[in-house]
Structure formats: structure tokens, C-alpha cells
Design a protein around this ligand. Structure first.
Ligand code: PTJ
Length: 248
């Protein structure tokens, strides 16, 4: 569909079109549209803007990623079509790896998403077919199967648009987990080390800028920012913002 740039909902409609494109081209799952709709609803309630609680989480996330020795970005069928360029830029900045890890698993979709990301840059992608896999215990989906030297060996993982039990399982493995989730009440949001309650497409460019700002800082300063960070407080602020706006 051709969307007029002057349409008041242009930005939102463009994202929808990206997901529809993702489905037509075999990257995004059909359930991905439902997940996107849920995200849209929360985004609407949050006024479709990046709040201070999200900015605070972005700063903590930047510190975690800069301190990590083996950071990995986990990409699914929604996030791939929404933010492929930003993922590659992020991998470059933090010297990290990108791994495709799907909830509605199909090898065909993994291959298509990898191909799509590799078009931007082939450098940072750990390919599913070419790397040894391991199983992360207590995950009730194919998400349990991860690349050994990717998510398996990681000390920090970015998990945009997640579905809960994997986040909890990664935390049990003593990994730092950064979630991007517009729903502050999701299991993922509650379990993650740092939860960015914001739209992926708004928050990733800000995360890139924050990493650039902090990358030459003393390690002690980065650690101090993390030690002061309180994810529960961030989630409470997000929930309060939604409630306040509903009651206004
Ligand atoms: O490609 P696959 O097979 O790995 O499947 C990906 C989806 C997203 C379908 C799968 O992980 C899933 O079912 O996720 P859930 O459980 O629906 O959770 C997705 C979460 O992301 C929800 O809490 C949404 O509110 C949130 N969300 C959706 N779109 C965005 C978002 N958060 C941030 N930015 C968005 N654009």
C-alpha cells in the first residue's frame, strides 16, 4: 500500500506495512502481526513517545552492552523487518554478534531472516546452519536451541519483542538480559535485567547514540550507573504513566 507522507498516522502505518512485507516475504510469522498489534496498543497508551523511564533504561542498557565481553543481539521475525540496519550498527559498535532465534521456528524463516540481515552486512551474523547448537534448559519452545558460541556463550543478550520464558531461562544462566518491550507487565519485562519500555524503532537509535556517548567512559562509571539502576522502579513508572493517561 502506498501511504501518503502527510497522513497523520504515517509512521504507524509504515511499520504495519513493513510487517506485512515481512509476512509476504517469509520473514515474519503471522502471529507477528498480533504481537505488533499488542505493541501498538501499549504504544498508544504511552503517547507514542520515549519517556524518561525508557531513557534511563537505555543508559543502563548501553553500559551493560559496553561492559559485556560476549554481547549478542537476538533477532526474530518482527524485529528483523523493523530494525535490521540498527542491529548491524549496534553489533559494530559493541563488537557483538547477531543470532536469529525464533519462537515460531522454521529453518526456512531463519534462512530468510539471515539473508535479509546479510544484505545490510554479512559481518556480524552467526549463521544457524553453520554453527554448533546447544540447548538452554527449561525453555518450552524451539527458542531453547541456540548457537553455542552465540547466545550460548554470551554474557549479555539483547532480546527485542520477546515472549517470556526464554528471558527467564537466560537470567537463570546468569546472563544480563536487555528487553525491549512496550508492555511493562509482560513476563519478559519483569524478568529482564534492563527493560526498555519503548517502541523498538524509537529506542534503538537512542541506544546507539548512548553507546557512542559512553564508550570512552571509565569502567567504574559504567558499573556505577548499573548498580544504581532499578528495573522494578522503571516498570512501575511505565505502569503509572499508562494509568495516569487513561485516567486523565
Ligand atoms: O518471529 P518469531 O517466531 O520469533 O515470533 C516473534 C513474536 C514477536 C511473534 C513472538 O516473540 C511473540 O509471540 O511475542 P509476544 O509474546 O507477542 O511478545 C511480544 C511483545 O513485544 C509484546 O509484549 C508486545 O507488546 C511487544 N511489542 C510488539 N511490538 C513492539 C513491541 N515492543 C517494542 N517495540 C515494538 N515495535
Amino acid at each position: 500500500m502506498n501511504i501518503d507522507k502527510n497522513h497523520p498516522r504515517f509512521a504507524s502505518l509504515r511499520l504495519r506495512e513493513k510487517l506485512v512485507w515481512g509476512i509476504k516475504n517469509g520473514l515474519t510469522s503471522e502471529a507477528g502481526l498480533i504481537a505488533h498489534g499488542r505493541g501498538e496498543a501499549f504504544d498508544y497508551l504511552l503517547g507514542e513517545k520515549t519517556h524518561n523511564f525508557a531513557k534511563e533504561a537505555i543508559t543502563a542498557a548501553a553500559c551493560l552492552l559496553l561492559l559485556a565481553k560476549r554481547p549478542v543481539i537476538s533477532v526474530n521475525g518482527n524485529s528483523a523487518v523493523l530494525a535490521s540496519r540498527e542491529f548491524i550498527k549496534l553489533a559494530k559498535l559493541i563488537d557483538g554478534k547477531i543470532e536469529v532465534n525464533l519462537f515460531h521456528f522454521s529453518l526456512n524463516r531463519v534462512n530468510k531472516i539471515e539473508k535479509f540481515l546479510k544484505k545490510v552486512s554479512p559481518e556480524f551474523i552467526l549463521e544457524y546452519g553453520k554453527n554448533q547448537k546447544i540447548v538452554i534448559p527449561e525453555i518450552a519452545s524451539n527458542r531453547a536451541i541456540v548457537i553455542g558460541k552465540g547466545i550460548g556463550a554470551s554474557d549479555a543478550v539483547l532480546i527485542p519483542l520477546e515472549d517470556g520464558d526464554r528471558c527467564e531461562a537466560l537470567i537463570r544462566q546468569a546472563k544480563k538480559v536487555i528487553a525491549v518491550d512496550l508492555n511493562p507487565q509482560s513476563r519478559t519485562a519483569k524478568a529482564a535485567t534492563v527493560t526498555i519500555v519503548d517502541n523498538l524503532v524509537r529506542s534503538l537509535p537512542l541506544l546507539l547514540e548512548e553507546i557512542k556517548r559512553l564508550r570512552n567512559e571509565d569502567i567504574r562509571i559504567l558499573n556505577k550507573i548499573i548498580s544504581k539502576y532499578d528495573n522494578q522502579k522503571i516498570l512501575s513508572e511505565a505502569i503509572a504513566t499508562i494509568r495516569y493517561d487513561i485516567n486523565k
